[in-house]
Design a protein around this ligand. Structure first.
Ligand SMILES: C[S@@+](CC[C@H](N)C(=O)[O-])C[C@H]1O[C@@H](n2cnc3c(N)ncnc32)[C@H](O)[C@@H]1O
Length: 289
């Protein structure tokens, strides 16, 4: 399978998900799947999947959702996972083989620009894989055309950073010891690009979707998926907004930052040391008229 060339409108994100974030997601995938698995399952519930359906898993990453979706549409269903990160797709293919998953295939493809079979899917699903498009209206138009008339869209995305203490609490603690990161351009692709519900509604309706709904979903997360306290701190220094800020700062600050993060999250640890903190997401659904 040819890897997606880091070119076109999403060249920067394609490079980022292959060179910087992809290898970290592969290394941390078990922890990530345990942490965000319940959020993906909430989005799957909202998709009301039925046996025999054909599902497109957008930005499928290391494939855990594609495997779970295939289980939910068996017998007779199928799942195509698409992603721009070859390194994550290699992990996805290996995971599907290990799980002997039936009806799952993967494609190295940019969901914004890929030629997808028109009307070829009953459902387009994503767990945190649709906030990285340079032109989200063009991307969702492309995804809608891949749905049959009446086909459904269901995805989960983050609400704003301050509503997600699992990310904002460690970041605030760290920022007492390091300079603030460069703020992203408004509406720039990134984890919080879909935080504003009105923007999401505008994009989806602009792409031709009907019945757009954003349901707020609040859930406590086991940060890092149930590591001990030191393991959780290590996870937080490598993933999410804190990791992005650290990449821009003097590596000599890392020790002090780690101590501050540990102190901030320790009060939220259970007896085993696993840290529990709140999250807020949108469960977004819509349909192709
Ligand atoms: C936050 S990760 C989520 C991965 C996976 N859905 C999960 O929940 O484990 C975002 C994913 O979107 C993918 N992605 C970013 N831009 C994309 C694009 N234009 N087309 C397809 N996938 C994209 C990334 O490579 C990455 O795998």
């Amino acid at each position: 399978m040819t890897r997606v060339e880091a070119a076109g409108p999403n060249a920067g994100q394609i490079e980022y998900w292959n060179a910087t974030a992809g290898p970290k997601w592969v290394a941390m995938q078990e922890s990530l799947d345990r942490q965000i698995g319940p959020l993906g399952q909430a989005a799957m519930e909202s998709a009301a999947l039925a046996p025999g359906e054909r599902v497109l898993d957008v930005g499928c990453g290391c494939g855990a959702t594609s495997i779970e979706l295939a289980r939910r549409v068996a017998p007779g269903g199928s799942v195509l996972g698409v992603d721009v990160s070859s390194v994550m797709l290699a992990a996805a293919r290996a995971a599907a083989a290990r799980a002997s998953a039936m009806g799952v295939t993967f494609a190295d493809a940019d969901a914004q620009t890929a030629s997808l079979a028109p009307g070829g899917f009953d459902v387009a699903f994503s767990r945190f894989g649709v906030m990285f498009f340079a032109d989200p209206t063009a991307a969702f138009t492309n995804l809608r055309r891949a749905l049959r008339p009446g086909g459904r869209l269901a995805f989960v995305c983050w609400q704003a950073l301050p509503k997600n203490p699992w990310m904002s609490l460690p970041l605030s603690a760290a920022l007492r010891h390091m300079p603030p990161p460069t703020p992203p351009a408004p509406d720039a692709p990134g984890p919080f690009a879909f935080a504003d519900p009105e923007r999401v509604r505008r994009i989806l309706e602009g792409a031709g979707f009907a019945g757009v709904s954003l349901a707020p979903h609040d859930a406590d997360l086991v940060v890092g998926g149930g590591r001990d306290l030191d393991g959780t701190v290590d996870f937080l220094l490598q993933m999410g907004p804190l990791a992005a800020a650290l990449r821009e700062s003097d590596p000599a600050l890392r020790g002090r930052v780690a101590d501050a993060v540990r102190e901030a999250v320790a009060p939220h640890a259970d007896a085993a040391g696993s840290v529990h903190l709140a999250s807020a997401t949108w469960i977004v659904t819509a349909r192709n008229p």
